[in-house]
Design a protein around this ligand. Sequence first.
Ligand code: DGL
Length: 269
Amino acid sequence: MNNKAIGLFDSGVGGLTVLKALLHVLPQENYIYLGDTARLPYGTKSKETIIRYALQCTEKLMENDLKMLVVACNTVSSVALPSIKEKYPAIEIIGVVEPGAEAACNTTKNNHIAVLGTQSTIQGKAYDKAIMAKNPHAVVTGKACPLFVGMAEEGITQGFLAEEMAKHYLNDILLQENKPDTMVLGCTHFPLLKNAIQNVVGNSIQLVDSAQTTALKVLACLQENNALAENNVPFMHFLTTDDIAKFKAVGEPFLGISLDKSPVELVDL
Ligand code: DGL
């Protein structure tokens, strides 16, 4: 059981920011990552479509013997987590919204939290519910920032264009009388734009992303179940639904290490 792999999936390469955090906390584990790059973005699609795609991704990963599933996508975690848990009750499943909400609640001092995400994440209000459940006094302002996804994929993550786009999305929030003091990067692509966003919002707003808290939750869960890998020579295996070379090239900045020699397999869902 202990040396079975942890499965992760995302609509594309964004979830590699979660894998990066996991590698930091749990370097001895085995990982299988699926990026549904052919159908990205999920964040503009209907709830029904996102649930269907998420169940297909889960089914593909379940062909492997997994000890845990990490839904490394905010959109899927917001919209489809209950459906995945209902269909796969026997495996531990962790999404990124709960840990993100927890990080935000631990950070805010004035109880005003802004959440940036895709359209589906913001419309679904999963972050609002998770934050309010932890802190009923919280005020949550959601903002859909869909173009950040394409910009992160294109490598436009800092400088003039990135900051102008951040101003375009965030000026309303910054002009509010009671400004939030905490901003959740509620999309796995957004940590790449962290510096540009921070430059625009200033130092009075703390940015939080769920990757690190998710990794800590996975660690705690494995410890609790006595399921940490032991005497393991760790491996990482990647699955993509579109071009392998593109997955490697676009994915590298998200993972922060070279994917040049990593095994990447093309799969059909
Ligand atoms: N990875 C998705 C998320 O975290 C963003 C990209 C998409 O829209 O598919 O919400």
